[in-house]
Design a protein around this ligand. Structure first.
Ligand SMILES: [Zn+2]
Length: 87
């Protein structure tokens, strides 16, 4: 089940699914990096190589962690999509 979460910092909206406390899948609704200023900043620092940029926003992660702690984001009953792979 995907939950819609908006970043505390930039209000960017993403879809989140948690498989375990450590494994969180994040889907960006708006792929444009302008959606998140942290993401946009990281892109600017990456010297124009879009494929290599990891889309992370620490504020977004903090938001997700907070919601997960509060039980707002339930752990998905689906199995992790890549079982056996070490991340
Ligand atoms: Zn953000």
């Amino acid at each position: 089940m995907l939950d819609e979460v908006s970043c505390d910092s930039c209000s960017n909206r993403v879809l989140v699914e948690k498989y375990s406390p450590e494994h969180t899948s994040i889907q960006w609704i708006d792929p444009d990096s302008s959606a998140c200023r942290v993401f946009a900043q990281q892109r600017d620092c990456a010297d124009g190589s879009p494929g290599k940029v990891q889309r992370t926003c620490s504020m977004l992660r903090a938001t997700i962690d907070r919601l997960a702690d509060a039980g707002t984001i339930p752990i998905s009953s689906r199995s992790y999509p890549t079982p056996g792979r070490i991340h």
